[in-house]
Design a protein. Structure first.
Length: 99
């Protein structure tokens, strides 16, 4: 049965799945974040790029923290290749040292 409203509850009023609850929490937080970041005076918006960078950087930091800064374990935690993980760490400006 497909959800029939934004709460993700089906017609029978089934409880939200953890994924739907997480999506709702993220959407509410992103609404605040986009309000902070959006600027209409700079011409072309970079909002999408900035938000994706923030989300990705946060995911990588969490993965490293939860895996004792072991890159291969953090990459596996995120479901990506270790080499991809390393390249993205460099691109995102993340070092592998505890801060």
């Amino acid at each position: 049965m497909k959800p029939n409203n934004s709460t993700g509850k089906g017609e029978a009023g089934a409880a939200n799945t953890p994924r739907l609850v997480a999506e709702d929490v993220i959407e509410k937080k992103l609404a605040d974040i986009t309000t902070l970041l959006y600027s209409d005076d700079s011409g072309k918006s970079r909002l999408h790029e900035e938000v994706l960078s923030i989300v990705e950087r946060s995911l990588f930091k969490i993965a490293l923290q939860r895996n004792n800064n072991v890159k291969s374990a953090a990459a596996a935690y995120l479901g990506i290749n270790r080499n991809t993980f390393q390249k993205k760490m460099v691109k995102l400006g993340i070092n592998n040292h505890r801060e």
